[in-house]
Design a protein around this ligand. Structure first.
Ligand SMILES: Cc1cc2nc3c(=O)[nH]c(=O)nc-3n(C[C@H](O)[C@H](O)[C@H](O)COP(=O)(O)OP(=O)(O)OC[C@H]3O[C@@H](n4cnc5c(N)ncnc54)[C@H](O)[C@@H]3O)c2cc1C
Ligand code: FES
Ligand code: FES
Length: 481
């Protein structure tokens, strides 16, 4: 059974297909049709809901795409939908400012925008244009135009944040803590399909031994597309989001360790502290809704050649702690991918944590993502570069690309052309030409083979220019005026 709060009402789900998404549950089981379905693939934001979780004596509100959130993952959380915002027959201040700013026309996208704005308002006291754009980047509107919506998202700060959610926060935290304490075993079974939500890594490992055919579900931002786009249901789902030991972000003297259930939103600060250049990449990875749910372990586990984090992790020489039953082994991310969508992961084995070395004193790191749209778009190619320059010579270099081969992989010819060479334009030109030996990219709807190779070569030139002339600042369109 799965227990959660639907707004303030304790709700139990028992008999339901475990592949059901929160969107289908809301619309088809509860007839709460305020949450809309646009794309059913996490792209448009029409289905945005807010999921609140108790952290200490406070609630953390996060926007999420209901269309790719499995219903079982709601256990111990509060689900808030557009219907819950109005109170005592009065619109919520976020809704009222949207009306005042004429931020809605056909209205189809509006509940999704409102929920993204609501999460933003609950998490911040003052307007910040960057955060506004970040929060709305995963919501599409085909008729209003974004100006009035952005205006509303900035104007909503003129009304005090105190609302019926703040007034009931203490009560909600208590109720969520009670649910989480009283029911360590969480499971759903229906018509031969099962959902398990273990609380410890040992239980997760045992479940995977018992059900070797099970699919691991982390944020579901890749996996749930199997249900909604390809109509391929999983017989057994094992959710990692409640595994305490895998929810940790730990910084040691040598490493940053990210448990496999840690989301992008939860790991961003720690990653950016160590490698500031990751800031832009992470903010351009999916949308805020995707980053609130998605995990780096899921990005690696999905083994897509165009995932953004594998090239970064390979360039940073990160490792994966893999576990099967009680056995664990360390595998370099570089060695994890075998061929298209095939990895070294054995049956019943899983990623327990990701171990990223702290930067060396002289280490330089850059990463560049090339996609058609700036926000919420998958890469055509993504390059990651880690190097050390000692007295004008390159003493260490690791370069990795996504989108250039059937797996994310190192550019070894290119690296060889740079290692122990003077850091100058000639070296970069030779290294760029060597890239053609490392990769034979394909042409698809994201980019042609020629473009992929050429833009990757240009990344090397950009790296050189940025490191040579640190005053050159690339235009970051995410910094809206
Ligand atoms: C709209 C949209 C935009 C996106 N944009 C981007 C983008 O810009 N860049 C990008 O790289 N990706 C993008 N993605 C893809 C996706 O969000 C990422 O790959 C994300 O990191 C997946 O993480 P998850 O936790 O949601 O994984 P899930 O969907 O839960 O799982 C993905 C796969 O990994 C496996 N898995 C999960 N956890 C483990 C584990 N602990 N051990 C072993 N296997 C595991 C699952 O079984 C599954 O096969 C986007 C997706 C959507 C829907
Ligand atoms: S319906 Fe489009 S993001 Fe969910
Ligand atoms: S108001 Fe019509 S899609 Fe946004």
């Amino acid at each position: 059974m799965v227990k959660f709060l639907l707004n303030q009402s304790a709700t139990v789900i028992d008999q339901i297909d475990p592949n059901t998404t929160v969107l289908d549950y809301l619309r088809e089981h509860l007839y709460r049709t305020g949450t809309k379905e646009g794309c059913a693939s996490g792209d448009c934001g029409a289905c945005t809901v807010v999921i609140a979780e108790a952290e200490g004596d406070k609630l953390t509100y996060r926007s999420a795409n209901a269309c790719i959130t499995a219903v079982g993952s709601l256990h111990g959380k509060q689900l808030i939908t557009a219907e819950d915002l109005k109170h005592n027959n009065q619109l919520h201040p976020v809704q009222q400012t949207m009306v005042d700013c004429d931020g809605s026309q056909c209205g189809f996208c509006t509940p999704g925008f409102i929920m993204s704005m609501f999460a933003l308002r609950k998490n911040s006291q003052t307007s910040d244009p960057h955060k506004t754009i970040e929060s709305l980047g995963g919501n599409l509107c085909r008729c209003t135009g974004y100006r009035p919506i952005v205006d509303a998202a900035e104007k909503m700060y003129e009304v005090p944040c105190e609302d019926h959610f703040s007034r009931s926060e203490k009560k909600v935290v208590e109720a969520l803590n009670t649910i989480n304490k009283e029911q360590p075993e969480v499971a759903l079974s229906n018509a031969g399909k099962h959902f398990f939500s273990p609380a410890s890594v040992a239980d997760l490992a045992n479940l995977l031994l018992e059900y070797p055919q099970a699919k691991l579900l982390a944020g579901g931002t890749d996996l749930c597309l199997e249900f909604t786009q390809f109509l391929r249901d999983a017989e057994v789902l094992i959710y990692t989001g409640r595994v305490r030991d895998m929810a940790q972000v730990k910084l040691t003297d040598q490493y940053l360790e990210l448990g496999a259930a840690v989301t992008y939103s939860q790991s961003k600060d720690a990653l950016v502290d160590l490698y500031p250049d990751l800031h832009e990449l992470i903010e351009r990875l999916g949308s805020l809704q995707i980053r609130n749910q998605g995990t780096i372990a899921g990005n690696v586990g999905n083994a897509s050649p165009i995932g953004d984090m594998p090239p970064v992790l390979i360039a940073l020489n990160a490792q994966l702690l893999l576990r099967k039953g009680e056995q664990t082994r360390l595998v370099a991310v570089e060695d994890y991918f075998v061929k298209y969508k095939v990895t070294v992961l054995q049956t019943s084995e899983f990623i327990e944590k990701i171990i990223i070395p702290r930067p060396e004193a002289q280490q330089l790191f850059r990463t560049y993502k090339i996609s058609k749209r700036l926000e919420d778009d998958i890469s055509a190619t993504c390059g990651a570069f880690s190097l050390q320059i000692d007295q004008g010579k390159v003493s260490d270099i690791r370069i990795a690309f996504g989108g250039m081969a059937e797996i994310p992989k190192r550019a070894q010819h290119c690296e060889r052309a740079i290692l122990n060479q003077p850091w100058n334009k000639q070296t970069i030109e030779l290294a760029a030409s060597e890239l053609a030996k490392d990769f034979t990219p394909i042409t698809d709807f994201r980019a042609s083979a020629e473009y992929r190779l050429s833009v990757s070569q240009n990344m090397l030139h950009r790296l050189f220019l940025e490191l040579e002339q640190p005053t050159i600042q690339p235009v970051r369109i995410t910094q809206y005026a």
